[in-house]
Design a protein around this ligand. Sequence first.
Ligand SMILES: [Fe+2]
Length: 511
Amino acid sequence: MMDTDSPAMIERYRRCLDLQRRIGHVRDPELLAQLAMTEVSGLLGADRSTLFLFDWDTMELRANFAAGIPGRPLVVPLRMGIVGTAILRRELANVTNAYAHPYFNPEIDSALGYKTDSLLVVPIVATDGRILGGLELLNKASGRFTDDDERLAMASATNLGRWLEQDRAYPAGLEAEIVALRNNVGCDRGTLFTLDTATSRLVAAYADGGDGRPLSLNIKLGIAGMVAVTGQSVCLNDVAADPRFNRSVDHRTGYQTQTMLCVPLVSRSGDSESETVGVLQVINKHAGAFDAEDENLLEAVAASLAITVENARLFGEQRRQFLSMVEAMAASVDAHGATTVGHSGRTVSRAVAVGRALGLSTDDLELLRVATALHDHGMIGVDDAVVNKAGPLDPAEQSQMRRHTGLTEEILGHIHLSRHFRPLPLIAAAHHEAMDGSGYPRGLRGHEIPFLARIIAAVDTYEALIADRPYRPALTTEAAWQLILDESGRRFDPVVVAALEKVLSDTNVNG
Ligand SMILES: [Fe+2]
């Protein structure tokens, strides 16, 4: 009987809670992996620990940091073919031209002397989410499985799942179910696969329409892969005796894995479906074998890690979505002819370099990047004829042109911005303000002008001067720089001008 109230146990749980508190705030997956790994090894009294994250696009488990193996990224490819992938992802696959599919494994065809054209695979999942197996239909007579076929196969999979869940290995009625399904759908073969977690194989429990030879697919998962796709923890205290263990890493490194505890990171956020996002693995307990207490502890850590990994992923996705929208908006201004093509991109790079030279924080650099990309967005509301006029603007045209700052502010004001980006409309709209108060639209002066807007003002003017415009050719870099210097203190902030000078001279030196 385990003494869960012992001081040592209480201390372990205290450390576990402490670890969970700390990882909850981390956004960077690499940092998260490092922090978790060092702490988890200590917590479990183990030699090594590894956090694998699942990449369903490449079908790989990747570990950027494995405590005990510094600087060596580990990648475990999961080779499953179309059938294995569909079953283990719990997703239906309807493929018309199997040989053109990147996951298709033609080995089985060549072994059986058969040619697969179309296939339909439906996973069979238990009520508690465990994967039981899958149903595969091959070669539809008309060449393509239809929506109706999918519905029929899914209904059959549900029936078969009920039988399999009751642990009846070869239940009566199973055969009739598959024969009926194959006849209704009108295809060559119907096979029921069950997942054998002990050997990482999908084994044909019943194949209808085949030649009767036993069929099993090796899905090459290893132990971490198996944990990832089944969502079940694995505790092994004699790793060498387990057929799933992949010895290649030990062979390469000369390390000997003896005991291993592997738990899944299951994300339950978002929709109601849970998804395995990774695996947490600890190897070689210093004293004795991993026990149920270790498993509980590691599962508790994994639950926190899964939330953090999911948050980091969502945060990254949101950020990429926002930045790609910003890029598209910036490109629309370039396309309008308000600036030369590529002007926005060059101005953004230069502004960020100036921001860096001024020691801005990462958050402020991000805000500067976005504000610079969008500062002239209001130009889309200015007439083409005015924007592209090949001569000086008359007073009416000038006042129309000046309206672009107000339009920028108005348009950006319609975007729901996160707290950090909230000053964006004001910053972007203030890029024609001048230090002496002679600018527009508000005639702000000195410190009234947002600092990031002062950076955009100097950089954008410099970039505009060295580019061809409809009404004048490009100036030389020397002439443009002289104009900026002449306006330092009047129009531009001298602090920004000094930083721009440094950035330009670094560019000249380093090309
Ligand atoms: Fe402007």
